[in-house]
Design a protein. Structure first.
Lengths: 141, 387
């Protein structure tokens, strides 16, 4: 499946700026910290979060995630047959859990379906196409 | 005397590859048919609840299209595939509270276009993609198939559910459809046919995925006493409930494993005064075979993780212990979102099921919306509640 050309839409510039420098950006609530259990830390949210589910603020910051993740679940998406009878190659798609907690819908690369299992360690690697924005793929560590 | 609410009328347009009528026109036709079916004039309606599909139409302007005047209840509702159940429960509460006396609930959509595949109706494609959502689509998430496949695969990884067990649902549902003249797909299939059907998004084969249909379905809800005096046997609304788990996209999420049916089911059954052992048939939202499987677990028809063996036992098909999706569901019948299970439940409760008629004393109806995000449950019966 061709990925095509990615353009920014003004709402996620921080994500694509980070991707251009090979970093995976997520959102961070400037006000909330995880506490309670004695483990304090930033509340990190998926890159497309528009507000903090705990305090409601829409003024989320961008933060670099480690790029480390584990596999949650996956699918081999098969291309839709075209009118000429050909079928585009399948894409390996997944939900991945970032080391920081948020889940991302992601595309895997460099792995065969036989190796897929829950908890498989993955790391983001960025593609920098000639035209359009950079984007992450997730590869086994 | 009985002071409950009941479905008094059912109206269905032609369903499937029906072209040349807008969703608004289809919706209007279905409401007229439902009123006719109930033996009511359009002017007898004082409530209208509207739900649209992908096309974004119709909305509340449908009242103008139908020439309805002096309505006491008019609104558009949306909880995706759970909307039909939500509309019927709102209609029932409106009737019981006295806010309205005869409420039409209608869903319409016309995503199919002539000379276009069914899959393309729910598929995005573009040369350029915008923003983070665009990137996700560009990477391959261009239709809902991939998201449901992720859920199904997670269920398989956790509980050992197999493709053959999903296939058992496709086969039993088609067996029912072969007995339903309204169904779009009536040729019987085997487990081998299921396994040989092309992959859409593993672990989902083509025969794990529902149809796409154009058309509209409407029902009329009135008080049970009034329904008893109308043209058709009342279908009593014993209970209703909703469940919206709000799984966060983060560590610890039960996505794919537990749905809102685990909440909506017990609420509806408690209201109805029943347990799963009392349910004589189930009409479950079946956008995918896997949706049926996880819903069966969450309603408690089997244990968590046992949906696969339960489906493979033959319980769901003709002659089984829990006749399920007796009209062919959305997999083989017709895809009218939550109105697919509602319409078949009404047909069954009236005893109009013909060759596919199953025991219909207590019918559980399940709607599902989003990616297993929203559930609505109805308990329907030909008998007055508590009788």
């Amino acid at each position: 499946m061709d990925i095509g050309i990615l353009r920014r839409d003004g709402r996620t510039d921080g994500f694509f700026d980070a991707a251009a420098r090979d970093r995976l950006a997520v959102r961070r609530c400037p006000d909330c910290t995880r506490g309670g259990d004695g483990v304090s830390g930033d509340v990190l949210l998926p890159p497309d979060a528009t507000s903090c589910p705990d305090c409601g603020t829409e003024d989320l910051e961008w933060a670099d995630a480690s790029g480390d993740a584990v596999l949650v679940t996956w699918t081999v998406l098969h291309g839709r047959p075209k009118e000429d009878g050909s079928t585009p190659p399948p894409a390996l798609l997944a939900l991945v859990e970032l080391a920081e907690g948020p889940w991302l819908h992601a595309r895997l690369d460099g792995v065969t379906t036989a190796d897929l299992r829950e908890g498989l360690p993955l790391r983001a690697r960025f593609v920098h196409p000639g035209e359009g924005e950079s984007y992450p793929l997730f590869l086994p560590v | 005397m009985n002071d409950g609410a009941a479905i008094a009328g059912l109206g269905m347009t032609e369903l499937g590859r029906v072209y040349g009528r807008s969703p608004r026109r289809l919706a209007a036709d279905a409401v007229r048919a439902a009123a006719d079916d109930a033996g009511l004039a359009l002017g007898d309606l004082d409530g209208l609840l509207v739900s649209h599909g992908l096309g974004g139409s119709p909305g509340i302007e449908l009242a103008d299209t139908l020439g309805l005047r002096d309505l006491r209840l008019l609104t558009q509702m949306n909880s995706f595939g759970a909307t039909a159940g939500a509309m019927l429960s709102y209609a029932a509460m409106s009737v019981l509270s006295g806010a309205a006396t005869a409420v039409a609930c209608v869903f319409a959509d016309a995503p199919l276009k002539p000379k276009q595949s069914a899959g393309s109706a729910y598929h995005r494609d573009a040369p350029e993609w915008y923003g983070f959502g665009g990137m996700t689509a560009a990477l391959g998430f261009r239709s809902v198939n991939a998201f449901y496949a992720l859920a199904a695969q997670r269920h398989m990884a956790h509980y050992g559910t197999t493709s053959e067990q999903l296939g058992a649902i496709a086969v039993s549902t088609r067996a029912w459809a072969s007995r339903n003249p309204l169904a779009q797909m009536r040729d019987p299939i085997t487990l081998e046919d299921h396994q040989n059907s092309r992959w859409v998004a593993e672990p989902l084969h083509l025969l794990d995925c529902c149809l796409v249909s154009n058309g509209a379905i409407a029902v009329i809800v009135t008080g049970a006493d009034r329904a008893a005096d109308l043209a058709r046997p009342p279908v009593h609304l014993w209970g209703w409930g909703q469940g919206h788990p709000g799984h966060r996209k983060a560590a610890g999420s039960a996505f794919g494993l537990v749905t809102g049916a685990a909440t909506s089911g017990p609420i509806a059954m408690k209201m109805a005064g029943i347990t799963t052992a009392d349910v004589t048939q189930a009409q479950l939202y079946d956008c995918y075979t896997s949706t049926v499987l996880v819903s069966l677990e969450d309603y408690g028809f089997c244990g968590k993780g046992e949906g696969g063996p339960f489906a493979a036992s033959g319980a769901l098909g003709p002659g089984g212990a829990l006749p399920t999706n007796t009209g062919g569901g959305q997999l083989s019948g017709y895809y009218m979102w939550g109105m697919t299970p509602v319409s078949e439940a009404v047909i069954q409760a009236r005893g109009d099921g013909g060759d596919r008629q199953a025991a219909s004393d207590v019918i559980l109806v399940s709607g599902n919306g989003g990616i297993l995000d929203h559930h609505a449950t109805l308990i329907l019966s030909p008998h007055p509640k508590g009788a």
